[in-house]
Design a protein around this ligand. Sequence first.
Ligand SMILES: Cc1cc2nc3c(=O)[nH]c(=O)nc-3n(C[C@H](O)[C@H](O)[C@H](O)COP(=O)(O)OP(=O)(O)OC[C@H]3O[C@@H](n4cnc5c(N)ncnc54)[C@H](O)[C@@H]3O)c2cc1C
Length: 375
Amino acid sequence: MNSPKIYSVIIVGGGLAGLTAALHFSKHGIKVLLIEKNAYPKHKVCGEYISNEVIPYLNSLGVDPFAEGAIPITQFEISTKKGGVARAKLPLGGFGISRYALDLLLYEKVKDRIDVVFGQVDEIRFEEDSTFTVDTKSNETYRSHFLIGAYGKRSNLDVYLQRDFIEKRSPWLAVKAHYEFDFKDDVVALHNFDGGYCGLSKTETGVVNACYLAKYTTFKKSSGIAEFQETVMSQNPHLKTFFEQATPVFERPLSIAQVSFYPKNPVEHNTFMIGDSAGLIHPLCGNGMAMAIHSAKLISEILVRAIQSSSLNREAIEKKYSEQWRQTFQTRLFYGRILQQLLLNKQISHWGVQFVKRFPVLIPKLICKTHGSTF
Ligand SMILES: Cc1cc2nc3c(=O)[nH]c(=O)nc-3n(C[C@H](O)[C@H](O)[C@H](O)COP(=O)(O)OP(=O)(O)OC[C@H]3O[C@@H](n4cnc5c(N)ncnc54)[C@H](O)[C@@H]3O)c2cc1C
């Protein structure tokens, strides 16, 4: 049997982080293989609001979300369960685009430049000769010098690699669907309800994406998604109007369970973790996608430099990426955790929104704590 060809880099997972890294490597002529378990395009549970901090980098890779119809978003609204609203201008702003369109856009840019395999990776081994062997469910084997884990927040590989967070049960589930609804183009809204919050913003097709995170303990008191939206979420008058008047576009909403925010490490088992595989920021911050793209840039730049100059000291590279990842993201993850706790406390969120309503200048300051600047 022929031994498999050795790639410089294998990327496991072709979401935003994996596709961005693949595109970056392809622009520098690095021999890269991307392995993704699902075909494109595909809807994903996500708020679909992206911070403008990604624009210069995406443009440098030849990607322009606005040319695909992404909708500029400049305003932020937050409401309490009782319906009190605070509004502010977003400091940097962002845009609305569905994951269906964005992941496909990146895939289309990269698919003819690199090798792409559709399959589920089941095993990853770091061999004695300092290479990786990657096996898929359909018994194909691939090899590489470096491995990037871009397989999202929770995957079979976290179980295989026995990562710490996988043992801990998470109290969160998330639901998302698209709706026809009369909603302002330039607004991203965050509406609070008992045990969770729901984001609303428009996407490139003009539909409104409604995506919410809810505590399982609150959710399980309802018989399902429809009853939960009607009885629990609709206690917030803004969500009541939305669910009464909006027309669903999907046959049924998408949902995911076990959404975990436990800290992870950016390098594990000699694998460079990027995007949600390295850590997930609370969705209310609307920064997870920017972090996925930014972490792809960090590791791609480090590995391109190392491969092109043949300075392949693995330990030094791992240390460098870990340090850069922590310097770039740790503070916003911390503030994301604090904000989530405050927002889910009924009293604090009520008084907090009343307070920022009187002093709206505070909102952009809080948002800046959970976002980065352009990179
Ligand atoms: C409820 C919710 C709302 C959110 N809202 C926002 C928002 O409004 N704005 C924002 O910026 N961020 C938001 N986020 C965060 C954002 O969705 C993520 O940070 C982002 O999707 C991370 O991208 P990724 O590439 O790391 O992971 P993903 O996009 O999840 O991609 C991982 C890929 O890996 C593949 N994969 C998994 N396992 C394997 C395997 N074994 N073999 C091969 N392939 C595999 C998957 O099929 C998938 O395509 C939200 C998150 C949640 C949960």
